[in-house]
Design a protein around this ligand. Structure first.
Ligand SMILES: Nc1ncnc2c1ncn2[C@@H]1O[C@H](COP(=O)(O)OP(=O)(O)OP(=O)(O)O)[C@@H](O)[C@H]1O
Ligand SMILES: [Mg+2]
Length: 494
């Protein structure tokens, strides 16, 4: 069942004319021809390659109705149908859209244009990506500053947010969209503040707008909130967030956006690692402190949120899942086939571990840890970001406790990737970074990830298998990177 619009849809130019809530569908009639063309081209659209067959409004909210020529801001949760006709609409992914509506677009917003609506309540008006419009970005921050409900949307806040900040959409290749808000007087924080050396300027924030949304607690809000409550300062603590009620009428909310402090002048670990490689510099000291930061996050997560002990059966299930993913990948990428026996041995070793009988601790983890998820501020301190986990995995699975070594394996693979993306390939550089990271982790947590080599190797292998499949599908030129790891990991078991 489609939930109808919760606030009135006011046709542009006629602010007094209330339109019935059922006209959410009519509004989609205005937007659908534009969305058909625009949505599949968005970086964050996960359903690429499958034809879009329809749109079903889940909630439609006017964050600002049109008034006296000001642009309108429409907030939409839209289910995107991609199946054959007749397939249940509830099967489609739900996306969050923030659309601006104006009579005509000023030149600086030309690149944000979806098009001019030709039918329905918006006929004759221009629809555009609202987040590009500074005035609409400010409006969204105002809703967060004031907290409270707005139609089906609920805005929550942990701390006061200063007034008068201006927003700018990050121009990053992301699976979501982020806006950076900063002090207009000093220029916006999004504009290369590292180069301008303005680390001392007033507060700045980053608002992450989640694009593909799901009912249930979202780890990108849940985990940073839990870490902040635990006093862990390795993660920018959420300042505000917004959510929607479960459109199916259930108790679960949909997390839509999270505002966090913006770490001015920071660079991510991937950029820093490549810069070090380019300058023929070691990265072991950075890797060691990153290991410590990761361990601190893990310790705080284990203390803030429930932990479990995985017995032999669950460890066997873990290994079974890894074996299944290997089989799937080998069917899709024939280059893997010669290595399958060696790789299977890594997973069999995990299933057969004696320690499995005693139980293995599992806890909430980051779930997608790599060098790009660590930011280093100019004072040399690492923070960890982006706790949404691997977006392709169902939310419930992402929130399951897992051995923390899963994150360690992710970071170790990332050092390998960094070294391999540099010419000439610096395998020794990556080996030293990997060792330093584990040392730092052991110093802070008391547990060296290398003390259980079978577990670490199984997780590294699982990750490398995932990478092979990903690269074969999306970036064939990168395939040699995980294949080199596959040869190493398979060899260790022959
Ligand atoms: N608190 C912060 N301070 C400074 N920059 C940040 C902060 N949080 C995120 N960023 C920047 O924004 C980018 C995108 O953030 P994030 O990784 O959370 O988004 P995402 O949509 O999940 O990205 P991805 O598709 O890479 O997973 C980061 O790579 C980083 O450069
Ligand atoms: Mg992400």
């Amino acid at each position: 069942m489609t939930k109808a619009a919760s606030t009135r849809i006011t046709p542009y130019g006629a602010p007094d004319r209330a339109v019935s809530a059922n006209d959410a569908a009519a509004l989609l009639g205005s937007l659908a021809p534009l969305l058909h063309d625009w949505l599949p081209r968005q970086r964050w659209f996960a359903g690429k390659g499958r034809a879009v067959t329809g749109f079903v409004p889940v909630t439609v909210t006017e964050l600002r109705p049109t008034h006296a020529g000001d642009p309108a801001l429409l907030h939409l949760l839209v289910r995107v149908e991609q199946g054959a006709a007749g397939v249940s609409a509830s099967a489609g992914d739900c996306y969050q859209l923030l659309l601006g509506v104006r009579e005509a677009l000023p030149p600086h917003l030309a690149s944000a244009r979806l098009g001019r609506a030709t039918q329905g309540p918006l006929a004759g008006l221009t629809v555009y990506e609202g987040l590009h419009d500074p005035s609409l970005a400010e409006l969204l921050l105002e809703r967060l500053r004031n907290a409270g409900s707005w139609g089906p949307l609920r805005f929550g806040r942990a701390r006061p947010i200063p007034a008068g900040l201006t927003g700018k959409l990050l121009d990053a290749e992301q699976s979501n969209s982020s806006l950076v808000y900063g002090d207009a007087v000093h220029g916006n924080a999004a504009h290369g503040d590292a180069e301008r050396g303005d680390a001392e300027r007033g507060d700045a924030y980053i608002l992450k707008i989640l694009r593909r949304v799901f009912p249930g607690p979202h780890p990108d809000l849940e985990l940073p909130l839990a870490l902040a409550a635990e006093g862990c300062d390795r993660v920018p603590a959420p300042v505000a967030w917004f959510e929607a009620d479960d459109p199916t009428g259930g108790d679960e909310t949909l997390t839509l956006g999270v505002l966090q402090p913006y770490l001015r002048g920071s660079r991510d670990g991937w950029q820093l690692a490549l810069a070090a490689l380019g300058a023929d510099r070691e990265f072991t000291s950075e890797a060691r402190s990153l290991g410590r930061a990761t361990a601190e996050v893990h310790l705080a997560l284990a203390s803030a949120l429930p932990t479990v002990t995985l017995g032999r059966r669950q460890t066997g299930q873990l290994a079974h899942g890894m074996l299944g993913r290997l089989d799937t990948a080998a069917q899709a990428v024939p280059a893997l086939i010669p290595y399958v026996p060696g790789l299977r041995a890594a997973f069999d070793a995990l299933a057969g571990l004696d320690e499995a009988a005693r139980g293995r601790p599992a806890q909430r983890v980051h779930g997608d840890l790599h060098l790009g998820q660590a930011l280093r501020t100019p004072d040399g301190r690492w923070s960890v970001i982006d706790f949404e986990g691997e977006p392709a995995i169902p939310l419930a699975e992402r929130r399951r406790p897992q051995p923390p070594v899963r994150d360690v394996a992710g970071m170790l693979r990332s050092f390998d990737y960094a070294a391999r993306s540099h010419e000439p390939w610096r395998a020794d550089w990556a080996t030293r970074c990997r060792a330093a990271f584990c040392e730092g982790y052991a110093q802070a947590s008391g547990t060296d990830p290398r003390s259980e080599p079978e577990l670490l190797r199984a997780y590294e292998t699982d990750k490398a298998v995932y990478e092979v499949l990903y690269e074969a599908r999306h970036r064939p030129a990168w395939l040699p990177v995980p294949m080199a790891a596959i040869r190493r990991l398979a060899g260790e078991h022959q």
